[in-house]
Design a protein around this ligand. Structure first.
Ligand SMILES: [Zn+2]
Length: 367
């Protein structure tokens, strides 16, 4: 959207979008790379502005297949891959004559869709700390249906949503029995994660509890499967090592602790009772997992956050993400782990803090 607006500003009469065909390999320099994934500066998207951006687009914008785009640029004597690579260098591409005429016709049908997240609060038991809170979250939306093909999203994120309801019930039962942590706990079922973390972004714009009083966010998105990355799995698995489901049968990834060591410690300590294999490996990864779920808008606003995520698999975002494929015993352990860890965080004397990043952010190139 920002690229389209920038092009429009510079006089473009239309924009043709093509998938990035230039595969970038991961950069080994951790600090430089981490500065991309963990911007020390305020978020690049300053405000929750998608609507005002889309309203600002007045030129036709269309998406074209890679194959058609390759034919389109062939008259220039350069390949699409070559142009894509050049575009990622500083200075980018200047005008390239394609020697071809393109007719574009586009109409815009604006539909406003009401969107609601579901939030519940359990008040903390300590008068001095109850105005602070820990957020436990999951997203309840998925990708709907495409004709008769229903995307059930059992793992993504039925698993996290079910766990969220169970954890909230456990807290409520404990409170009935006279036990509650010192800080408050907010249970958030976000909507429209699949549309770009919209529910969580919107919440950070208008939070119920000021963000500087949030001790931590523990987000569950896909906690029901065993991560599996196959050879030739495609672009969705870019940056991830080939691995079998068996190697991850007792494992979950914990994403987001590299700048919040106290958060990692709290989760590791809670895990002593459950013995899960915790994998802290994707905070800085070309897969860009770090920014792919609802913990991210909070981290961008300076709130320590973590994503509990059992990992991608070939059924991810397909009709095969079904309940019979869930690893229920492991999912139960993860739900118990999140309950214990969130309780400990809500009860601790000190709050986790984000450590500052050293090194300067570079231009972000999409992996
Ligand atoms: Zn998800």
């Amino acid at each position: 959207m920002r690229k389209v607006l920038a092009a429009q500003e510079k006089g473009a009469i239309g924009v043709i979008l093509v998938e990035d065909v230039h595969n970038q390999s991961a950069v080994a320099d951790f600090q430089a790379q981490a500065a991309n994934y963990w911007p020390a500066q305020p978020p690049r998207v300053e405000r929750y502005t998608l609507k005002s951006w889309s309203d600002g687009v007045r030129i036709p914008v269309v998406q074209l297949s890679v194959a058609a785009a390759e034919r389109l640029v062939s008259g220039s004597g350069r390949t699409l891959r070559d142009l894509a690579r050049t575009a990622e260098a500083r200075g980018g591409v200047t005008l390239v004559a394609l020697d071809v005429a393109v007719t574009m016709k586009a109409t815009v049908d604006h539909q406003t869709v009401q969107d609601r997240s579901v939030i519940a609060v359990l008040e903390g038991g300590d008068a001095a700390l109850t105005h602070e809170a820990v957020i436990v979250s999951a997203h309840f939306d998925h990708d709907g249906a495409d004709g008769p093909r229903i995307l059930n999203g059992a793992d993504d994120d039925g698993s996290g949503t079910v766990a969220l309801v169970d954890i909230a019930e456990a807290y409520a039962l404990a409170a009935l029995a006279g036990q509650r942590p010192r800080r408050s706990v907010i249970f958030a079922a976000w909507n429209s994660e699949e549309r770009g973390l919209l529910g969580a972004w919107a919440y950070t714009e208008d939070p119920m509890v000021p963000l500087d009083r949030i001790a931590a966010v523990v987000n569950m998105d896909m906690i029901g499967r065993d991560e599996k990355v196959q050879l030739g799995g495609g672009g969705r698995f870019r940056g991830l090592e080939i691995q079998t489901a068996q190697s991850n049968s007792n494992a979950t990834n914990i994403i987001g602790t590299v700048r919040a060591p106290a958060l990692r410690t709290a989760i590791e300590r809670a895990n002593q009772a459950f013995g899960l294999d915790l994998r802290f490996r994707y905070d800085n990864n070309a897969s860009n997992l770090m920014r792919r779920s609802d913990h991210w808008p909070f981290i961008q606003r300076g709130v320590p956050g973590v994503w509990v995520h059992t990992g991608l698999h070939p059924d991810y975002h397909t009709v095969n993400d079904r309940p019979e494929k869930i690893n229920y015993p492991k999912m139960e352990k993860i739900a118990r782990l999140v309950y214990q860890a969130s309780w400990d965080l809500a009860n601790a004397d000190d709050r986790p803090r984000l450590t500052p990043l050293t090194g300067s952010p570079r231009e972000i190139s999409r992996p």
